[in-house]
Write a protein that binds this ligand. Sequence first.
Ligand code: FAD
Length: 497
Amino acid sequence: MLAHRRGRIHAHGILPDQGRDTAKFLAPRQGCWNLIYVATQSQSVKPRVVIIGGGFGGLKAARQLRNADVSVTLIDRKNHHTFQPLLYQVATAGLSPGEIAAPIRWILHSQKNVEVLLGEVTGFDLQRKLVKLADDEIPFDYLIVAAGASHAYFGHDEWEPLAPGLKSIEDATEIRRRILLAFELAERDAARGAPQRELNFVVVGAGPTGVELAGTLAEIARHVLANEFRTIDPRHTRVLLVEGGPRVLASYPESLSHSAEQQLAKLGVEVRTSTLVTGMEAGRVRFGDSWVPAVVTLWAAGVAASPLGKLLSAPTDRAGRVRALADLSIPGHPEVFVIGDLAAMVDAKGTPLPGVAPVAMQQGVAAAKNILRAIQGETAEPFHYHDKGSMATIGRAAAVADFGRLQLSGFPAWMTWLFVHILFLIGFRNRLMVMIQWAWSYITYERGARLITGDSNLPGWHSASVNVRAANTPESAMVSDVREAETQRVAAPGVPL
Ligand SMILES: Cc1cc2nc3c(=O)[nH]c(=O)nc-3n(C[C@H](O)[C@H](O)[C@H](O)COP(=O)(O)OP(=O)(O)OC[C@H]3O[C@@H](n4cnc5c(N)ncnc54)[C@H](O)[C@@H]3O)c2cc1C
């Protein structure tokens, strides 16, 4: 059992701060571990701010408190902050994990009023002002919950192992493994004289992440791997981007969606809009009544808030995001704040705020400021989001950017995207490394992180080949749609089925 330095409750009792807090702790009586924490409200007590999550929101909140006379504890289940906007680069072998992530402890090392703890938060006791970990309880005076979101499979959790989503470094390296492995297995089978495989990649969801993944996948197949295989021709890879709504990048103006679709087509991505996934099995995906073979399926369609949201006993929306009050606190608990992807908030026009890094960061600042106001005895201020625009990259020299009156697409949008992402990446070393990698890739088309780690089994590889053969039988033409058949014909010269 860890014995913490400052006023932390754990299974063996409570250890007071070493003279820093005047919090008084009552020792357990008669072997009973019902501990009572009594914090005196004297001026000399440093208010304890606990932040859950070292993502964009949590880190920004911690930094905002850097000069405040508070003691901050930041808890994260990972030891690193991940720059999620560049996760797709790891997933598509452009960058290595260490170039887009940094240890939280290192990021905050010079901020003396912060301690960083590695641990998974499992619940709360808001009445007793405690954050619960599996084997520990941490007291707080103010709490910021910034635990983010994950993927949602719309009630089909069984699809998750078949179609990984992209949220963490682990997800990115698993996706990278599957993508690279598909080409390797196809080459090996073909080299042994087996019928050559149709390499179908299906990306579900055409929001920014789906568009990035599909565009880069097509680029890898057509440029990066084009000349490296002896038996298969990766240029005949099929990348299918499927979207349930009527257009890609639905949160962008229609003209930019249209431009994105054209840029995707130029890269060789097939886009199907207004198409819902109705089934999934290893090696194939069903749209409506048609099954499409898929050696790799990636999920970029739904978002579900961290389960911690529901444990706060505050109202939540359908995605489990907490309906925070205007000042980011939760009803009945002015000392508890929820920010970032975990918070459901609307702007002045009633439009829901997007789940993006600037929202999380601005809310981190706002929550920290409201805590300092509360400590000063002032009233909290409502949060207002300043929308500076949004960007989505599609591939090499292909992107869209929406800055309100100024809308860009193609090369200028891509350059702006590169510049902004380098600027916000944490750590000088990472910025430098990423700049060098990108410049090198731009000139040479190489991707420097093409490592297959983990095992060499691809879910559905064998069933996908059965599916491809089945798709060529007359019966299957009934369920195989026209576009699919067309693509098989196009693929035929290089990739005999
Ligand atoms: C692939 C991808 C691409 C994106 N691209 C962009 C983009 O281009 N531009 C943009 O603005 N936004 C982008 N976003 C969205 C952006 O990353 C999020 O909006 C932002 O990260 C939200 O910040 P947050 O602090 O709320 O949560 P996060 O940054 O997700 O951080 C949450 C933290 O909480 C920790 N945590 C979760 N649960 C627990 C627990 N129980 N106990 C302890 N710790 C816990 C996690 O480990 C994590 O460190 C992208 C997101 C993804 C997934």
